[in-house]
Design a protein around this ligand. Structure first.
Ligand code: C2E
Ligand code: CA
Ligand code: CA
Length: 562
């Protein structure tokens, strides 16, 4: 878990007072006790107090006036007045030649440093909040358990625990209350298991137990796993001390038993996760074992995977196009979305089979097919006056982007189809940026030099995104549809949307919202400064012919019908 506090301010001109905060990361909220709502809009000296060194502050202010990065150590104060000592790195986001620039401040908590190597080792394998095992450690232990199972006839279990109503605490009470609750849950879980068992937290409100030696046959193991479940459910139902209101936790629990049959750690985890979802859809606050009905679904997947391998040759794939609207300029482009016309099942949405394609390693073939068809269509649009200005957005899966030869393949398709590179926009997700940042940066720069644009898809769902935002040749941020869905009802989501819009604009990027379904959502987004939209409110993804007909119905050059 990242423990560095990150804060970004609005664009600031020298001598204009302290700039206001437009972004804080999760660590900021966790360590200072200020919620996002409380911090956003405040001047960036929010954490300063009595013993903050004025001379140092003057030095920082002078560096800011010169547009220069600076480093310092400062006494800060959390919301409850607790002082803490941090090392600050601050830097302008735009170049020194820009008169106004947003600033980014990264602060590390010095009271925790220096760390010994034992502490660093602990951090690598444990969840920072609860001290429970993290995913890495759990997977490690699971591998060991699997190896042991192959040698001895015992049954073990994986238990996925997801708190049902955690949002009820985390939203109104703020993250600090949510964290307190998670700590108490962690403590209670520890009393439900034996020494040899492993308890892990996977971030958020998801806990995973690895239960050793539940029995020597499946029936005995199942009975023992049920006993553990009932213990957990009873303990969670006890009121929590830290909550002023009488909060009682429910959990949906998925249990997967395993023994000598060959399997992999990943598969076991996936099945336990599926069982947890079954418990959730059965009405929550209950448990489900992974069973063969679910197994059938998995088998179905294997079969579908096989079919998918032949989809290109069998000409079962097609692209649909979903319009993108600008409030001012009307329709400005479309996103190409892949569809699989599967015999007997109609059109299968990408959501179902893209992850499968990635899993079974056919994403390169599908991706190349998509690029080829999209560019061909783009070249065709160029010959139709009402469509010649449209930009085609194409999704690129992280795996596909990282394959050697990706850049060349794109340039090759553009040359072959005669499509204009500056009308092509590639949509990447944040996960692509985590692995090999410098490689990604190089590939993007090469394509960019040819005019190809880039959008960062599903923005806000990924990790600490700020590090790389500035370094990449991006043109657009795309607010994920999950935030748009609840933008009217969930203050957390509306704050995220606002942050993305502010951040994007301060970096000179376009910001588009996807999944816009209602006028109310659209109006809210316009109010916070987002002017480009995509979603059912405007149009569903349409087949090429229908899309063309749809465009020809739009008033030419007029504003979008918004
Ligand atoms: P995405 O890039 O986030 O695409 C948007 C998804 O939201 C599409 O689902 C679209 O049909 C759906 N959508 C559009 N408007 C609305 C709305 O108003 N409300 C809601 N709830 N949903 C809306 P689809 O087509 O099932 O695609 C799912 C995902 O599959 C895409 O998410 C994208 O990540 C991936 N995908 C689609 N086509 C391709 C492709 O050609 N290549 C790759 N690598 N991935 C693709
Ligand atoms: Ca997309
Ligand atoms: Ca998206």
């Amino acid at each position: 878990m990242n423990n560095d506090l990150v804060m970004i301010t609005e664009a600031w001109a020298p001598h204009a007072g302290w700039p206001r905060i437009v972004f804080v990361n999760e660590a900021f909220v966790r360590l200072t006790g200020y919620s996002r709502q409380q911090a956003l809009g405040q001047p960036c000296n929010l954490l300063h107090g009595e013993e903050t060194d004025r001379d140092e502050l003057n030095r920082l202010e002078q560096a800011m006036a010169r547009g220069e990065p600076a480093r310092s150590e400062q006494m800060n104060y959390a919301q409850d007045g607790r002082p803490f000592w941090t090392g600050i790195d601050m830097a302008p986001i735009l170049s020194a030649t820009d008169a106004k620039t947003p600033w980014v401040f990264v602060q590390s908590d010095l009271s925790r440093r220096p760390r010994t190597s034992a502490e660093i080792e602990h951090l690598a394998y444990h969840d920072a909040l609860t001290g429970l095992a993290n995913r890495t450690l759990l997977m490690d232990r699971l591998q060991q358990t699997l190896a042991a199972c192959a040698r001895h006839p015992v049954y073990c279990g994986l238990m996925f625990i997801d708190l049902d109503n955690f949002k009820d605490v985390n939203d109104p009470g703020g993250h600090a209350q949510g964290d307190q609750l998670l700590l108490e849950v962690a403590e209670r879980l520890q009393t439900c298991v034996r020494e040899a068992d492993t308890i892990a937290r996977f971030g958020g409100d998801e806990f995973v137990l690895l239960l050793q030696t539940l029995g020597s046959d499946p029936a005995e193991a199942a009975a023992n796993a049920e006993t553990v479940y009932h213990k957990i459910a009873a303990l969670l139902a006890e009121p929590f001390q830290s909550q002023s209101l009488q909060y009682r936790a429910n959990a949906s629990v998925g249990i997967n038993l395993f023994g000598q049959l060959p399997t992999t750690a990943d598969e076991l985890m996936r099945h336990a996760d599926m069982a947890m979802y079954q418990a959730k859809s059965a009405g929550k606050n209950t448990y489900r074992f992974f069973d063969t009905g679910m197994q059938k679904m998995v088998d179905d997947q294997a079969w579908m995977g096989n079919e998918l391998r032949h989809a290109v040759q069998r000409e079962q794939l097609s692209l649909h196009y979903q319009a993108q609207f600008d409030v001012q300029y009307g329709m400005i482009g479309a996103e190409a979305l892949l569809r699989w016309s599967f015999p007997g099942r109609g059109l299968v949405p990408a959501e179902i089979f893209i992850p499968l394609a990635e899993q079974i390693g056919v994403i390169r073939e599908l991706g190349n097919w998509v690029l080829g068809v999209a560019c061909q269509e783009l070249a065709r649009w160029a010959t139709i006056p009402a469509m010649a200005h449209l930009v085609m957005a194409v999704n690129v899966s992280p795996q596909q982007f990282q394959l050697p030869g990706f850049v060349e393949a794109v340039l090759d398709v553009l040359a072959r189809t005669n499509a204009r590179p500056d009308r092509l926009k590639l949509e990447l997700t944040e996960s692509v940026l985590i692995q090999d940042l410098s490689g990604v940066r190089r590939s993007m720069a090469t394509l960019k030099a040819h005019g190809v644009g880039f959008s960062l898809d599903d923005f806000g769902t990924g990790y600490s995104s700020l590090k790389y935002l500035k370094q990449l040749a991006l043109d657009q941020l795309k607010i994920d549809k999950s935030f748009v869905a609840d933008v009217m009802t969930d203050s957390h989501d509306s704050a995220i949307a606002l942050t993305i819009v502010t951040l994007g604009h301060s970096l000179g990027l376009q910001v588009i919202a996807e999944g816009v379904e209602t006028v109310a959502q659209r109006d809210f987004l316009v109010r916070i400064g987002c002017n480009i939209f995509q979603g059912y409110l405007y149009s569903e993804p349409l087949a090429a012919k229908e899309f063309e007909a749809f465009i020809c119905l739009q008033p030419q050059g007029a504003k979008a019908q918004v």
